[in-house]
Design a binder for this molecule. Structure first.
Ligand SMILES: [Zn+2]
Length: 89
């Protein structure tokens, strides 16, 4: 899953919501707990992911949702909140 991430305006929207402490799903006021999502939306994401028939389908679904700004890659919440000053972006 390395290097799959949202870009452009989607990345800006994701970053703003993470820094504001908001779930990535539009209209959701709940506090995010995992991967940028509140508990309810994280469980719905996981349930949809696990409903996919193969590892390849799951990987594709996860990449699509990350690029669409609907969920963050593993570790990105921490990275957005506490960027590494030594990493050139
Ligand atoms: Zn939510």
């Amino acid at each position: 899953m390395a290097n799959i991430e949202a870009s452009g305006r989607t990345a800006e929207r994701v970053r703003a919501r993470v820094l504001a402490g908001e779930c990535l799903v539009d209209g959701c006021a709940d506090e995010p707990t995992r991967r940028g999502l509140c508990t309810n939306h994280y469980h719905r994401f996981r349930a949809t992911l696990l409903s996919k028939g193969s590892a390849k389908a799951r990987a594709e679904f996860e990449a699509e949702t990350i690029r669409a700004g609907l969920v963050l890659p593993v570790g990105q919440v921490r990275e957005l909140r506490n960027p590494n000053p030594f990493e050139v972006r």
